[in-house]
Design a protein around this ligand. Structure first.
Ligand code: SF4
Length: 231
């Protein structure tokens, strides 16, 4: 690790402690003030809550969206609506191969046979490349989404990418999200009104049953809970 990265890591860990009780907006204002244009938000377009908060902290903020080629049309529509109505700069990242090219090399429906490889090719690698120009990135991770996210810091160090990782709504609950959406009229993915609690790629997402946690509909029936972006 270089000295710059060591300094960034210390900064992140200190900020994680200092900002634990801060509001989501204040956490994002800290990020905008600290990193300027080297800060971005990533969004799966499940909703635009973090993008909306970030646009208040930093109008015109970069919002990075990973277009895996497997999204629901509703997700692409949400991305387009966010771009049209919010004061943000949407950046769409594409995998190196189209779905057709991937099918030709690996065979069809790689997501059914080897979802880890499919996510690595269509999510992890494009994000790694897309984040190269940034020192810090913000996510919409929440501690209440699943046991694997229960210890998410509001600001931490992303060891894999050697960047500061900010989760401004880590302490929020689903009720907090819904209250923010209602108060500010924030765009949400229409699938959230149709039984989906967490929206990912179409082949790997199903509706959730009553009592299931929000991410139970992702890679259901498989021993997989995360795509590798947050591990
Ligand atoms: Fe492939 Fe499914 Fe991962 Fe999307 S979520 S990249 S379709 S394995």
């Amino acid at each position: 690790m270089t000295t710059v990265q060591e300094d960034l890591k210390s900064l992140a860990e200190q900020a994680g402690r200092d900002l634990e009780e801060a509001s989501a907006l204040d956490i994002l204002k800290w990020a905008a003030d600290t990193f300027g244009d080297r800060f971005c938000v990533t969004s799966s377009m499940e909703d635009a809550v973090v993008a909306h908060l970030a646009s208040r902290a930093k109008p015109g903020v970069d919002v990075v969206f990973l277009d895996t080629g497997y999204h629901f049309p509703e997700t692409i529509g949400t991305r387009d609506a966010v771009e049209a109505v919010m004061d943000v700069n949407v950046i769409t990242l594409l995998p190196w191969q189209s779905v057709e090219e991937q099918d030709a090399e690996y065979g069809p429906k790689l997501h059914d046979r080897d979802p880890d490889l499919c996510c690595a090719l269509r999510k992890v690698k494009p994000l790694e490349d897309g984040l190269k120009g940034y020192s810090a990135w913000a996510t919409g991770l929440r501690r209440d989404e699943s046991p694997t996210r229960a210890n998410t810091p509001v600001v931490g160090w992303d060891e894999k990418r050697q960047k500061v990782k900010i989760s401004p709504i880590a302490r929020w609950t689903q009720d907090d999200v819904e209250a923010y959406v209602a108060e500010h009229g924030v765009l949400t993915n229409p699938l959230l009104m149709d039984g989906y609690a967490s929206v990912g790629c179409a082949p790997c997402t199903r509706r959730v049953e009553e009592g299931e946690d929000a991410r139970a509909g992702r890679w259901a029936g498989r021993n997989k809970t995360e795509c590798g972006l947050h591990g």
